[in-house]
Design a protein around this ligand. Structure first.
Ligand SMILES: Cc1ncc(COP(=O)(O)O)c(C=O)c1O
Length: 407
């Protein structure tokens, strides 16, 4: 059976066809959905034989299928898939960084990335400077002779600020630094970081790529084959590969990724627009509402939409936010994005609860800020739900005290 990437290089397929795994040459009688290779080990026909798969900590057919698809989506060799997004990031850091090295990292990255750099890699004598990655001068001036990696996430989490990948790639290459972009929120359907000069795209496939909240996973995509080899070696050494079942589930989830993310993104855009018009909301963040330079970045970097995540701040602070989320019927309160269901997060008490209040406020994460990951419910029903909850929030604050929830 021909591999997806081999076929793609002959005739470039659309992302929709790649996701449906249509690049694979058909073999008479083969199943439409490849079976899960739920095996830890693989037979050899004789001493010295060298089959493609030998032991599932190193590689597994169900994970390889997903890797081919995720690589092909960015015109790259097969991706390297991991048990979680953070396992992928850990392998990336271990493959590039040594004791004494320095990282420049955007402040708007996922909190787990910050924790990994600040609380774990710091013990290995790897230091990090956190910067406002929308400020190119701040990035440039933070690079030191021992800086090896620039790590950014765009749109940022949860404020959705946009970073110019091309400009970061120029700074990185001027200083011999590797640029990695966490593209979890947009996926390769809406943004392809490698096209803008990034060296590596980083994904938590647990989010939109799986899309159904059933499979943990992470992946690294790059055109640098030596880096991919090194990352595979780290994965083998640390045992961080994705399980065959999760690889199989994710391959099935990916089939509808283009349809899902385009529809969710279009719905998010309508919701963001409506939220910016109604009273009771003080600020709305979505790249579709960007102005000036941010709008130029959005138009240049984003493909078929600006993403399904919308953040907004409701008037009345913590108590109003609390009543609001508890009054919603269609949107579910969780620490997660990217599912087919609409999800809501209160960053101040959930994802960013460990961050001291003053630091949270300065990062724009106020007590009234909410993050919505728009799903596939009809947009008008979501808007009805939101407006109904907003009316209740403006009338009756939540009885819980802030101390009770933060404890
Ligand atoms: C943007 C982003 N990157 C990375 C991660 C880490 O992924 P995982 O939870 O799969 O380890 C997350 C998880 O929420 C995320 O939102």
């Amino acid at each position: 059976m021909g591999s997806l990437t081999e076929n793609v290089s002959v005739a470039r397929l659309s992302a929709d066809s790649i996701c449906l795994n249509r690049g694979n040459a058909s073999v008479d009688g083969s199943p439409l959905v490849p079976p899960i290779a739920q095996s830890t080990t693989f037979q050899r026909t004789g001493v010295g034989s060298d089959p493609q798969h030998q032991y599932s900590r190193v590689s597994n057919p169900s994970v390889t299928t997903l890797e081919q698809t995720l690589g092909a989506l960015e015109d790259a060799p097969p991706a390297v898939c991991f048990g979680t997004g953070l396992a992928a990031e850990t392998a990336l850091f271990l493959s590039i960084l040594r004791a004494g090295d320095h990282v420049v990292c955007g402040r708007g990255v996922y909190g787990g990335t910050t924790r990994l750099l600040q609380q774990l890699l710091s013990d290995l004598d790897i230091s990090t400077t956190f910067v406002d990655s929308t400020n190119l001068e701040e990035i440039r001036s933070s690079i030191r002779p021992n800086t090896e990696l620039l790590f950014i996430e765009t749109p940022a989490n949860p404020t959705l600020a946009l970073t110019d990948i091309q400009a970061c790639a120029r700074i990185a290459s001027d200083h011999g630094v590797i640029l990695a972009v966490d593209n979890t929120f947009l996926t390769p359907i809406l943004q392809r970081p490698l096209d803008h000069g990034a060296d590596i795209s980083v994904y938590s496939t647990t989010k939109f790529i799986d899309g159904h909240s059933v499979a943990l996973g992470g992946s690294l995509v790059s055109k640098h084959t030596q880096l991919l080899e090194r990352v595979r070696f780290i994965r083998k050494c640390t045992g961080a590969i994705q399980s065959p079942f999760n690889g199989w589930l994710t391959t099935n989830g990916v089939k509808t990724l283009p349809l899902r993310i385009r529809a969710q993104s279009a719905s998010a855009e309508q919701i963001a627009q409506r939220l910016s018009e109604i009273s009771g909301i003080s600020r709305v963040f979505h790249p579709s509402l960007a102005e000036g330079n941010a709008a130029a970045i959005a138009n240049r970097q984003h493909l078929d939409g600006h993403g399904a995540v919308v953040s907004f701040e409701i008037e009345g602070g913590y108590e109003a936010a609390c009543t609001f989320v508890e009054s919603l019927r269609l949107c579910t309160l969780v620490e997660h994005v990217g599912s087919v269901e609409t999800l809501i997060t209160h960053p101040a008490s959930m994802t960013h609860a460990d961050v001291p209040p003053a630091q949270r406020e300065s990062a724009g994460i106020t007590d009234g800020l909410l993050r919505l990951s728009v799903g596939l419910e009809p947009t008008h029903e979501l808007l009805n739900d939101i407006e109904h909850a907003l009316a209740l929030a403006s009338q009756s604050p939540c009885p819980q005290t802030e101390e009770a929830v933060h404890a």
